[in-house]
Ligand binder design. Structure first.
Ligand SMILES: Nc1ncnc2c1ncn2[C@@H]1O[C@H](COP(=O)(O)OP(=O)(O)O)[C@@H](O)[C@H]1O
Ligand SMILES: [Mg+2]
Length: 250
């Protein structure tokens, strides 16, 4: 088992009022190496809060997140950046590519920050660029790329560190149907290569590309579905039904 999330709670308190939000309540699940998990739920259900805690960008009020036997919620502030660089990959909604750098240097960035040797960087780039079919884009700047090309570059950058887990928060939210499908098919491909992926989404279609879907409601895990041998279409229908149940209450 790669990741163990134990009784996670997150309480937000506003500073000047007594208002309390229980953004996560007793969230408990395990992730095996090589899983592709989608986390679904309506707006405000706690998806981003959960992902941010798994990403060590935020701390829980209670509970633990054990990665390789170590509680990552207890990592000291000064060690967090290095921990993230070595262990986590991120795909952001707007891709966060730097227009001042060409594609090669954008992809190198996490390795530069981690002080990897140039030869090592080159050899990793060769393989990741081939996998994502962006070999001919390396000298371009992000503003010269199409949306679909940008997302390939962003995924390459997230994979070049060989992360234990790839985290994505609504990665298809800003994409049209075709680019969404391309991204999801890429996620399926890299998952088949063994990459563990956790993706937050509110789209049943996006979630149908995962192997397991966790449904979250009012900060609690409400239900989960495994894909089994179902096709994307069949699984997508099951997911939609679960979402309707979730929205409809008990
Ligand atoms: N920084 C914050 N301060 C106070 N409340 C927050 C903060 N971030 C999120 N919340 C609240 O926590 C709940 C879960 O939010 P979030 O995790 O962003 O949901 P989702 O990503 O599923 O839309 C919501 O009620 C939201 O208003
Ligand atoms: Mg969110």
């Amino acid at each position: 088992m790669l990741l163990e999330i134990n009784h996670l709670e997150k309480v937000y308190r506003t500073r000047f009022s007594k208002e309390v939000t229980n953004a996560l309540q007793d969230v408990d699940f395990k992730v095996d190496k090589g899983e592709f998990i989608a986390i679904m739920g309506e707006s405000g259900s706690g998806k981003t809060t959960l992902l941010n805690i798994l990403a060590t960008l935020d701390k829980p009020s209670n509970g633990s997140v054990i990665l390789d036997g170590k509680d990552i919620t207890k990592i000291k502030e000064k060690d967090l950046a290095s921990f993230r660089l070595k262990n986590l990959g991120f795909v952001f909604q707007d891709f966060n590519l730097l227009d001042t750098l060409n594609v090669r240097d954008n992809i190198f960035l996490p390795l530069v920050l981690d002080r990897k040797k140039y030869q090592e960087m080159e050899s990793r780039l060769t393989s990741v660029a081939k996998k994502l079919r962006i070999e001919n884009l390396l000298n371009k700047r992000p503003f010269e790329l199409s949306g679909g090309q940008k997302q390939r570059v962003a995924i390459a950058r997230s994979l070049i560190t060989h992360p234990q887990i790839l985290l994505a928060d609504e990665p298809t939210a800003a994409l049209d149907y075709r680019n969404s499908e391309d991204l999801l098919n890429l996620f399926e491909d890299i998952n088949l290569d063994g990459q563990t992926i956790l993706m937050v989404t509110h789209s049943a279609n996006a979630a149908s590309h995962a192997n397991r879907v966790l449904f979250i409601k009012d900060g609690r895990i409400f239900h989960q579905l495994y894909r089994g041998n179902k096709s994307n279409g069949e699984f997508s229908k099951d997911i939609s039904l679960s979402m309707s149940a979730l929205l409809g209450g008990e």
